[in-house]
Design a protein around this ligand. Structure first.
Ligand SMILES: Nc1ncnc2c1ncn2[C@@H]1O[C@H](COP(=O)(O)OP(=O)(O)OP(=O)(O)O)[C@@H](O)[C@H]1O
Ligand SMILES: [Mg+2]
Length: 361
């Protein structure tokens, strides 16, 4: 599946704009702040219904306007038009070929996409939040029900956390906590199970890609770390065991909201702590390529790959390795200087010079 065309209306700095794409490599180039990443954001929005930059849809509405509209045209008959709109009254609509979706999860997997952004470059050096985001974006596209479970879980955990913050440990009412723990174990166990399943597929691929990129010199193993079990009863038991601690410390202490990924480099240890910048970069590329591979295998579609400003951060060898591994994907690249891109796509390329329309000097 590939994107033939995108139409943006009152989206970020675009009033009305259309781009027609190549099914190979598409390059957006131009100065900083002109709207290159904005196009990638709109493409990714059509993939998972959310931005990779913000949780607030309102930020994507063009300043001074009431709503945005993003329409993607694909080469398939059944799903040839994906349209997303959002207005200031917080109403979001998603339609596929004119049919409105009732659940956002139903968009997942229609246009599989993988984003590789400068934020990913700190996937290993930052706290676990970014790593959980990586898992969630990837798994949601594979399993729409995962996204639903995550939404439900987050709703309940937020209520529980707000309650724990205010609670008086000396005079605590445990009834509400028990109800929440019951619900949390229901959704939480499913989340942990899906993450476990995902890592069973991802882990060997990451080791292989990493070894390939490093020329067989290095061996890594990534591992999913969770404080909880994928069995509902065991999950609930753990929550019950931690209950008094949670009340004393005014916060929830266990659950998938505290999960993480461990990365062990043979001979060095935890790559997050001890890995060099180059080793970390190699591993991040390996993780992204593995994400794309799993997504392709499970959905049976070739995902689009969005590379936001990351190629300039990679040396020529790594660029070639990355692009050489994805020659069958449609790729969207942003950069300030297109001469630095080592294109290897047999499907051809198209370049777009991006300059903001309404710049006032
Ligand atoms: N809601 C909005 N309404 C109007 N303009 C916006 C909105 N959100 C962002 N912009 C504008 O979009 C531009 C930034 O776009 P974008 O992030 O795509 O730039 P870029 O070309 O990727 O730049 P860089 O090379 O620095 O990454 C800025 O000029 C910003 O003011
Ligand atoms: Mg940018």
């Amino acid at each position: 599946m590939y994107v033939k065309k995108i139409k943006l209306k009152n989206f970020r700095n675009y009033t009305e704009r259309e781009f027609e794409f190549s099914n190979g490599v598409n390059i957006f180039y131009g100065d900083n702040g002109q709207g290159k990443t904005n196009v990638l954001e709109a493409l990714f929005l059509s993939s998972i219904g959310k931005s990779f930059r913000t949780n607030k849809d309102i930020e994507m509405i063009k300043d001074g306007c009431d709503s945005y509209e993003v329409t993607v045209f694909t080469d398939t008959e059944a799903e040839n038009e994906i349209k997303i709109t959002y207005n200031k009254n917080k109403k979001k609509t998603i339609s596929i070929s004119g049919i409105y979706l009732t659940k956002m999860g139903d968009l997942m997997g229609i246009l599989p996409g993988v984003i590789f952004s400068p934020q990913n470059m700190s996937l290993l050096s930052q706290g676990p939040g970014e790593r959980r985001k990586f898992m969630d974006m990837a798994i949601s596209q594979l399993k729409p029900v995962y996204y639903f479970n995550l939404q439900q879980y987050n709703k309940i955990i937020n209520q529980k956390n707000a309650f724990l913050k205010e609670i008086n440990p000396k005079n605590a009412d445990y009834t509400l906590l028990d109800i929440w723990n019951e619900q949390l174990s229901e959704y939480g166990a499913k989340i942990v199970e899906a993450r476990k399943e995902y890592f069973e597929k991802l882990t060997p691929l990451v080791s292989d890609f990493h070894s390939y990129i490093s020329g067989g010199k290095e061996k890594v193993k990534i591992k999913y770390i969770s404080s909880c079990d994928s069995d509902k009863a065991a999950f609930y038991e753990k929550l019950e065991k931690e209950k008094t601690h949670e009340v004393e410390r005014h916060m929830s202490l266990v659950g998938p909201q505290r999960d993480d990924i461990d990365v062990i480099l043979e001979g060095t240890g935890d790559i997050k702590k001890y890995g060099s910048q180059g080793q970390q970069r190699t591993l991040i590329i390996a993780m992204k390529l593995s994400e794309l591979t799993v997504l392709r295998d499970v959905t049976g579609k070739t995902p689009v790959l969005l590379l936001d400003d990351v190629l300039s951060e990679l040396d020529d060898t790594r660029q070639k390795l990355l692009l050489g591994k994805i020659t069958d994907s449609q790729v969207f690249i942003t950069c300030t200087n297109p001469e630095n891109i080592q294109n290897t796509s047999p499907a051809g390329e198209k370049s777009f010079f991006i300059k903001e329309e309404n710049i006032v000097f």
